[in-house]
Design a protein around this ligand. Structure first.
Ligand SMILES: Cc1ncc(C[n+]2csc(CCOP(=O)(O)OP(=O)(O)O)c2C)c(N)n1
Length: 310
């Protein structure tokens, strides 16, 4: 039976409290949820690309990770974890390791969509038995909120500032989940830590226990970069899902499946309004920018529905 919230809650935490991530940060919730999918008897080797998660959870001599953890450079979490997995396979074959290990890489969107994409793509293509998890907070947050290719169009960041002439980032975001699906690996999914509670547990379980490479893209809000009040974390995730800004779906052995369809698709304004990074869009003269965003979100949603046979 697929892992649900009740069963997941009974499992021990593998990512502990006492880390230094911000209050209201989505990254710790994402990591805890993904690691709950590990069977308690299985061990794991985890690596994280440099970013908020890595620097806030692994400050020598402290660690928030109960599993083996590799402090990794920004650009090669995919390569590092794939190398460890290859070594494990050899040692296992030689009878030098009895325990079952699983291999998981975490990276922010900067470390995944942009700087680590070559090592991620290579690791997936070579067919390693590993999971790469992108916690997508839509900018390079650790170094002070610089735009990435995952940043939504018109967001105000320090390298795409909203001013009198240019209203924030000028490009729509890259759709990395679809890029990963084009690798034709056994499992690719897009999920979020809240909204549809069992979604992330079930997808993480499939990703970890499907043989071969798997990729999870997890929507992960950032209160500093997005400028929302910390208690609004859960509300913002739900709005991203219900406006279809962040659809929940999976691609399993080439079969596309929507895992949640909002009963009522909400307008994108609802997702933008609680976030200070979009404040400039609510000036009357910028109404057309919201319409531009809405049009692109509708276009991508329709395409996804078609792919999923809805
Ligand atoms: C090759 C390299 N370039 C730049 C940096 C500086 N750097 C460290 S963390 C970071 C931002 C990470 O952004 P992201 O991957 O989106 O994760 P986040 O901090 O948002 O969680 C940068 C640019 C680095 N460590 N290595």
């Amino acid at each position: 039976m697929a892992l649900n919230l009740r069963e997941a809650a009974k499992r021990p935490e593998r990512f502990t409290g006492g880390h230094r991530l911000c209050a209201g940060c989505g990254a710790s919730v994402t990591v805890r949820a993904v690691l709950k999918a590990l069977k308690p008897e299985d061990k794991a080797v985890i690596g994280a690309a440099t970013g908020c998660l890595e620097v806030s959870s692994f400050l020598y001599p402290y660690t928030a990770w109960k599993d083996s953890f590799i402090h990794n450079a920004f650009e090669n979490a995919g390569a590092t974890i794939s190398g460890v997995e290859a070594a494990y396979r050899v040692l296992k074959k030689k009878g030098k390791i009895d325990d079952t290990y699983k291999f998981i890489a975490f990276g922010g969107d900067g470390g995944t969509y942009d700087i680590g994409i070559q090592s991620l793509s290579g690791a997936m293509e070579r067919g390693h038995d590993m999971v790469y998890v992108c916690y997508d907070n839509g900018a390079y947050m650790n170094t002070g909120i610089q735009r990435s290719s995952a940043t939504p169009k018109y967001a105000n960041t320090t390298t795409s500032p909203a001013g009198k002439v240019v209203p924030g980032k000028q490009q729509f975001r890259k759709d990395l989940t679809q890029v990963m699906a084009a690798h034709n690996i056994p499992y690719v999914a897009q999920t979020a830590p809240f909204g549809n509670f069992s979604d992330i547990y079930q997808k993480a379980e499939k990703a970890i226990y499907t043989e071969g490479p798997a990729f999870l893209n997890v929507f992960t809000p950032c209160p500093r970069g997005w400028r929302y009040d910390t208690p609004k974390l859960m509300e913002i995730v739900k709005l991203a899902i219900d406006t279809c800004y962040w659809p929940l779906y999976e691609v399993e052995n080439g079969k596309w499946r929507l895992t949640y369809k909002p009963k009522k698709k909400l307008p994108i304004e609802d997702f933008l309004r609680p976030q200070g990074r979009f404040k400039h869009l609510f000036k009357p003269e910028n109404q057309h920018l919201i319409e531009d965003l809405q049009k692109e979100i509708d276009r991508r949603w329709e395409m996804l529905l078609e792919r999923c046979g809805e």
